[in-house]
Design a protein around this ligand. Sequence first.
Ligand SMILES: Cc1ncc(COP(=O)(O)O)c(C=O)c1O
Length: 380
Amino acid sequence: MSRHPFDWIDARAEQRARAGLVRTLRPRPAESPLLDLASNDYLGLARHPEVTRAGADACLRWGAGSTGSRLVTGSTELHAELEAELAGFCGFEAALVLASGYAANLAAVTALTGFGTLIVSDSGNHASLIDGCRLSRAVTEVVPHTDPEAVRKALDGHDGPAVVITDSVFSVDGDAAPLTELATACRRYGAALLVDDAHGLGVLGDGGRGAASAAGLAGAPDVVCTATLSKSLGSQGGVVLGPARVIEHLVNSARTFIFDTGLAPAAAGAAMGALRLLRREPERAARGRAVARELYERLTTAGLDSVAPDACVVSVRAPSAEAAVRWAADCRAAGLAVGCFRPPSVPDGISRLRLTARADLTDQQIADAARVIVTTAPRG
Ligand SMILES: Cc1ncc(COP(=O)(O)O)c(C=O)c1O
């Protein structure tokens, strides 16, 4: 009897179930009774009336879709306006908006590397950067997490172009990359520095201008940043920021830019609305960071194992994948939505609850959230 071509999928599903790693979708209602510490809406802008209005207005004016790839009909004046605003806000010469942060990372990594390039990549980098390295045809050396000395060693002796790639804030533990030291190492060896600021834009730097701005690297001729519009800005989409010649090179060579439909006008409009708001209310960035620190203090004082947050991500370690799933479910039952990170989403194999601080949480909500997490924590 011939075997079915998808039988292997059942075998994989059984393996996953045995390891406690099954993932399921849980569609949320429009109005959820849960207190949200699971989303990436760090500044609480996804539902801010000014941001949703800007998105709706853009949709009505420009249409539901962008109608084509950016090089054909998918570039509207709104896209150009958003790119100028992002470049100006973050302090870079130019910007290019793509359909997602994932696409922005694939674009930046693949367009800036190729045969003969050495990529030096932090072991904690996001999956989209890792996939960019895989697609690049460059040699990738993965170095230990946040270790500038390891980066120096990797660059030493390499003859030819090199790019050092790092998240600014790592999505799993919420710790920051040593950008100043990395930039120094890059300059010593003539390497470019590519920083994914997905978790830094809107949170780090003066008024949320991002990690490169905070480190004094924004606008540097050898630094390129990527970011998503889907976290602090409460919208959707991605951006590459850098010198004008890099952005022009991407327009002409980045496959996830050229062969992808332009960002939907509603998303571009909402991101513009969020940037306008952030310029007017720069204190939102500092409030997000303060909420994260308050949450961290409360959890560690109660004996939980967490890493000091550098932005809005607060991670708490769990003894096992099963324990993390149960913990997240218990939080949920108590009215609190939290993220649950398990292999393969964690580079070190340690499962965690992943909490996101939001600038719009009240002190009472922070206290309630911490109480629920502590009282439902696995014992022993
Ligand atoms: C560090 C990092 N980079 C890139 C992305 C991808 O961004 P997007 O969701 O806009 O594709 C994410 C998460 O979504 C992320 O956490």
